[in-house]
Design a protein around this ligand. Structure first.
Ligand SMILES: C[S@@+](CC[C@H](N)C(=O)[O-])C[C@H]1O[C@@H](n2cnc3c(N)ncnc32)[C@H](O)[C@@H]1O
Length: 156
């Protein structure tokens, strides 16, 4: 399954929304620390994350630790960024890709940008700066699951 990774998130409500999305679609979320809020069950529950016990979350103490894990697992790192020339709809996703989302306040640093195996953008209307990170995660994860036929198959 594709995974989602959150680079040092700073708004707990967005992380809660993404964890809920992940629980509903059966995917794993990687949380790259430090975050801008305490990563505790109670903090995430306060953010509306009542699906917490159903969410698969792996915490990484730093980007270096996360990168080492990706290499060990031989997983591609696909960065979602406003600063690329490639629309995500033109990209061929693999079932084990990791979709890396930037921090709400500042995206990702240049070193992380360079490290990504691919950089993708959701095209926006002229003059718009960025889309909410949880909405972005939903759009791109939806396309990755569609392309790789990995949506849950339990429709009645
Ligand atoms: C609120 S945005 C960050 C804005 C930040 N000022 C910046 O320059 O990157 C948070 C994250 O959502 C994702 N994002 C937002 N809009 C996007 C877009 N149009 N295409 C791809 N990713 C986007 C990126 O991962 C981004 O780092």
């Amino acid at each position: 399954m594709p995974d989602i990774a959150l680079y040092q998130p700073d708004i707990p409500q967005n992380t809660g929304t993404i964890l809920r999305l992940a629980a509903c679609l059966g995917i794993t979320v990687h949380l790259i620390e430090p975050a801008g809020f305490p990563i505790s069950d109670s903090a995430l529950k306060r953010a509306g994350m009542d699906y917490l016990e159903r969410a698969a979350m792996i915490r990484h103490t730093s980007f270096a630790a996360f990168e080492a894990w990706c290499r060990e697992q031989d997983r591609r790192l696909i960065l979602l960024t406003t600063k690329s020339a490639g629309p995500y709809t033109d990209f061929s996703f693999r079932a084990d890709d990791i979709l890396l989302m930037g921090r709400e306040s500042s995206g990702v640093p240049e070193g992380v940008h360079q490290r990504a195996d691919a950089r993708l953008t959701i095209p926006m209307a002229e003059g718009m700066r960025s889309i909410n990170v949880a909405v972005c995660a939903g759009m791109v994860l939806g396309e990755a699951l569609r392309q790789t036929a990995r949506f849950p198959k339990n429709l009645k």
